[in-house]
Design a protein around this ligand. Sequence first.
Ligand SMILES: Nc1ncnc2c1ncn2[C@@H]1O[C@H](COP(=O)(O)OP(=O)(O)OP(=O)(O)O)[C@@H](O)[C@H]1O
Ligand SMILES: [Mg+2]
Length: 462
Amino acid sequence: MSQDRLFPVEPADLEETPRLEHLVDRKGLAELVGSLAQMSGVSIRLFNTEGTLLADGSLDSPLLRRLEGVPAARAALSREIVQIKRIDPAGRAERCSSLTGAFYQVIAVDYDHRRMGRAIVGPFLEHPPSQVPPGLAALAPDLPLDLLASLPLLPPERVASLEAHLRSSLDLILFAGHKSLLTSQMHLASISANYRELQDRNARLQQAYDRLRELDRLKSNFLATVSHELRTPLTSIIGYSEMLTEGIAGSLTEEQHEFIQTIHEKGEQLLQLIKNLLDLTKLESGTLSVQRAPTPIEPVLRQVVSTFLPAARKKGVVLELILPPDLPPVLGDGERLRQVFLNLTENALKFTPVSGLIRLSATLVSAEDPEDDDGFALLAPSAEQLEVRVADSGIGIPEAERSKVFDAFYQVDSSSTREVGGTGLGLSIVKRIVDAHEGSVCIEANQPRGAVFVVRLPLASP
Ligand SMILES: Nc1ncnc2c1ncn2[C@@H]1O[C@H](COP(=O)(O)OP(=O)(O)OP(=O)(O)O)[C@@H](O)[C@H]1O
Ligand SMILES: [Mg+2]
């Protein structure tokens, strides 16, 4: 079924008068026709315009049963029935006679000025029979007159009242059927209209989304190209300033030395920023590869702590590492994980004032599924993960900001962060690397103050 024809109803369908069998419930129709036949004692059958039998109110007839067993009579009666079924009354009804001397009344079933089908009432007699008709006697000799007299006797006024009764009952159920069909078709048509509107909106959203993705891709490409092109001249600036401070181009005055030192420091900062930008664009485009292998976390964390120990001492901040023995290795890329904890520790040091405390610690935890709150997790063996916490006693991160700080370039308080420097890229890189490891990172509050970054990583052999 095609998308734009999900519902089978079109407005044009509503204008057509449907077929008899679509308007009425077959079972209800059979009950109506059956009970009228029982009440009047005469067989009634209802056909649609194509001659398909829709309701059969045939009564048992000893005469017809007997004639069934006489081949010549049976063939003649069958031909007769075929012809009667073909009659399409020009007016409201048409009467025809049978070779048994009985009659059939063919009643037109019309609704909304359209022919919907016909009802055939009969066979019935108008008068008690005085003899077996000669035509029938020739086909079925020795037919007793009593058997003929067993046909129902229906004087013309009773036929007329039966016809009126049948007509009014059919009118009523056809009207009720048409009404409910129209209601349901209109309902479907309105759902169909709503559905199409939703589809249109969806298509527009998809277009906007595709456009944004394309722009995002162009932005990443642009950042990658610019960062790459900036790196080459910057490397020269750093290299030459280094050579100058080392006195390779001749001795410098103290002031010159200080200036060149500043050029060198700022150049290094700029290089770090460019490296971060490159990493971010590579992580975004998925081109930065993460080589995952069993990696012990202890050397990674020790290296991070030793990198920042001098700076922490200088600032008057205690930096400590607490590790339990025999931690199993994680499934990760040592270099990328070092980048994660370097960024987190750098932040902790940046946002922790004098005489503060920064603690890196690692433990094994069971990987709980936060979705699973029906207690099933208690029964299933839970996988273990390695949890690394980077806790500081600094300014902390308000709860409302905790999900935003992982966005690229986002900084909580730009005025205070400007004081301490940085571009707001560190945490977005952390988040992308941790995601590439199928791990998780979140922020908690430290007591009595400060922030705790909690990183969870899968073990090499869970
Ligand atoms: N330990 C922390 N304590 C308090 N605030 C923090 C901490 N870590 C991060 N933040 C907040 O989150 C922001 C984003 O951190 P992120 O590391 O991404 O950027 P940055 O440190 O400002 O710059 P960059 O890392 O690119 O040099 C920070 O500017 C700061 O507002
Ligand atoms: Mg940072």
